[in-house]
Ligand binder design. Structure first.
Ligand code: AKG
Ligand code: FE2
Length: 211
């Protein structure tokens, strides 16, 4: 049986969210976006996606080509491209969670990545990873370095590549790998979000869709 991924509603407080995030490393918040916010985000980001080719165009390393996917559209720099994205990244629940986990260890923090991800038909599953592995040079034990949210702009299903997550893995030694029974998928409705710590193991699911 797949491990349990806790679900909160959009009316949850950041205290409730942070307690579960600290315990499990990942949690779904259902209906965190209003229908209006979701509509504005989709309108802005559909425009961005329509002029972006799938795959990684300027790889910094050969491994990144597979990591980014061959039929997946990704686009960074969203604060400059979408007013609705700026509103989303400033959601109180997200900012309060970032304050809670990051500010005990730093004076301030930055938006590191704001990325549109549109997984295309037939995409293979991404390698499971911790996003914080981007900071290899940071001496262990690392304090929390990243607080993240993956917003579902359309329904996330196991068929279209819903994010795979390993609850509890944020507490694991860095060399421990997940066994199949420890992995679950963040299936959720559009307008919901997966909140997770940068130390939690996760990755794209594969897409078995044809359209
Ligand atoms: O799209 C996803 O579900 C996960 C993507 C991801 O983990 C990444 O690109 O770092
Ligand atoms: Fe990731």
């Amino acid at each position: 049986m797949a491990p349990r991924l806790e679900r909160l509603t959009g009316s949850a407080t950041s205290t409730e969210l942070c307690e579960i995030l600290g315990r499990d490393g990942a949690v779904i918040v259902e209906g965190v976006l209003t229908a209006e916010q979701l509509g504005s985000l989709n309108a802005d980001l559909d425009r961005v996606a329509s002029v972006t080719a799938p795959g990684l165009r300027h790889p910094s390393h050969e491994d990144m080509i597979e990591f980014y996917g061959h039929s997946t559209i990704r686009r960074d720099g969203l604060p400059a491209k979408s007013p609705a994205f700026v509103e989303t990244m400033l959601l109180p629940l997200l900012c309060e969670a970032a304050d809670y986990f990051l500010l005990p260890n730093c004076e301030d923090y930055l938006l590191n990545t704001g990325q549109l991800i549109q997984i295309g038909p037939g995409e293979t599953a991404q390698m499971l990873h911790r996003d914080e592995d981007a900071w290899q040079e940071f001496p262990a034990p690392r304090p929390p370095l990243q607080v993240e949210a993956m917003f579902a702009l359309t329904d996330f299903t196991s068929a279209n590549g819903a994010t795979r997550v390993v609850p509890g893995s944020h507490r694991w030694p860095l060399d421990r790998e997940a066994m199949p029974g420890e992995i679950t998928q963040a299936e959720m409705k559009a307008g919901s979000a997966l909140f997770y710590l940068g130390s939690a193991i996760h990755g794209d699911g594969c897409s078995t869709t044809t359209d």
